[in-house]
Design a protein around this ligand. Sequence first.
Ligand SMILES: NC(=O)c1ccc[n+]([C@@H]2O[C@H](COP(=O)([O-])OP(=O)(O)OC[C@H]3O[C@@H](n4cnc5c(N)ncnc54)[C@H](OP(=O)(O)O)[C@@H]3O)[C@@H](O)[C@H]2O)c1
Length: 348
Amino acid sequence: MTSTQITTRHAFRRTDNYTAGAPKLKLVEEPLPLPLAPTSALVKVHAVSLNYRDANIANGGNPWPVLPNGILGNDAAGEVVVVGNKVKTLFVGDRVAPITDTVNMSGREVGRSWLAADEDGVLADYVVFDEEKLCKLPTYLDWVAAAIIPCAGVTAWAALSGMSVGKTVLIQGTGGVSVFALKLARAAGLRVILTSSSDDKLQMMKEKFASPPLLTVNYRHPGWHEEVLSLTQEVGVDIVVENGGTGSLVKSIKCTRRGGIVSQVGYLGKQDACDLAELVPTIIDRRVILRGINAGSKYDMEDLCAALSATQMPLDDLIDTVFPFQQAEEAIECIWQGKQIGKLVLRL
Ligand SMILES: NC(=O)c1ccc[n+]([C@@H]2O[C@H](COP(=O)([O-])OP(=O)(O)OC[C@H]3O[C@@H](n4cnc5c(N)ncnc54)[C@H](OP(=O)(O)O)[C@@H]3O)[C@@H](O)[C@H]2O)c1
């Protein structure tokens, strides 16, 4: 390890106080996990992108266990500032991000360890990771845009995998995963049907993604799935980026073509098993593949970064607001209220 004066960091840890109105985060100064292991790297964080998951964890709603008072955040972009003496793949100055599930290298591993849940997250000015858990970021993107890749980007990438030019995708909502999926779908030549609860948001997205025309449906209409079917001449879409969970899953399958894929990404609606009474007959009837998405592997992230570098796709149009690091609490509350279109990012 080369010499460094950096021994402490600032981090936002959860208060685990789930009372409405109580602060959900506390800024702490704490020692870094040093000395650096031989295969680890110290990373200076430049931007942290927030996800619905962060707001959900901060408000006690995560469906899986979380580390008490853990550091929030799983999407960061940063610069390697120190490397351990056995690090082979990284150099000081490399632009990197940790993978979201630090066990998931190839997709075949049986365990999982999610940042901000099973282990500390990345809402800090410095983080330490083993080199194998860090992925190199495309160099054409600034820090803010690069920070949306690891979770929202890789999830969207994994949710769309297997699609080819000319297929039709249904993307639900205008949040981070959805807008990233919309960009990737457009780049891949897919026909997109986008849903939202807001006609205003749909209008804004139609203007932003005007060519080819964006097809839209308001999912507040109880018959939204019939509107989707009608946009596909009653055939159904080839793939769904499913974000609602139990409340929308059966309808999503009903508007998917025979043999199509539903990528189950989110659980944004009220989760009630009673909504799934028709699930089995509907899956059988439509011969649909229901595919669980769990962010993605390191290989997925490398593939996405390669695709981004090849296309030089701008991502700044997916950023709703950039907050200073110190305003993490406000940014989390903003996500919790669901006011954004796309991503909220904290700049350090
Ligand atoms: N499985 C995974 O690996 C993975 C990875 C990342 C995220 N997720 C999950 O995916 C979901 C989306 O995450 P995100 O970070 O993109 O969230 P986000 O940025 O907070 O997106 C929220 C948006 O989703 C839309 N929405 C809200 N309720 C909905 C519903 N019942 N049905 C359809 N859309 C709804 C709303 O859009 P409108 O205002 O336009 O209606 C809302 O603004 C969350 O449940 C998150 O936990 C899963």
